[in-house]
Design a protein. Structure first.
Length: 127
């Protein structure tokens, strides 16, 4: 019985300790409830924004990981790489026209013979 008395005294002190001497009016109660509700709603929105931002970041990370794993990346063939290098070398040498060679060997021979052909064409043009 003593334990119940202590519990009841504790509860009464806690409940009556926050109540002012005058009985609050309904408008004050509603105003306080609205302010508290606004604080709770703001806290809830803040938590939702954090969760939604985290969820969006996780979705983007998952999509990137999925794309890396699923999308096949095709490495260029050695022939295509050599052809690209020959085209770059021709462009560096100042060749304006595209190579009309069909095979890689013909492209390489055309690039190697380009200085000789330009020297001969200069001699033929002078005569």
């Amino acid at each position: 019985m003593n334990e119940d008395r202590e519990l009841l005294d504790f509860l009464r002190d806690r409940l009556e300790g926050d109540v002012p001497r005058e009985t609050p009016r309904m408008e004050e109660i509603l105003r306080a409830a609205e302010a508290e509700s606004f604080k709770l709603a703001a806290a809830r929105r803040s938590r939702m924004l954090r969760w939604s931002a985290s969820l969006a970041a996780a979705c983007v990370a998952a999509a990137c990981a999925f794309a890396v794993l699923v999308v096949p990346s095709q490495a260029p063939t050695p022939e295509a790489t050599v052809a690209s290098v020959i085209d770059l070398l021709r462009a560096a040498d100042g060749a304006e026209e595209e190579s009309s060679a069909d095979s890689l060997e013909e492209m390489l021979l055309a690039w190697q013979d380009a200085p000789y052909e330009s020297a001969i064409s200069g001699l033929v043009a002078e005569n």
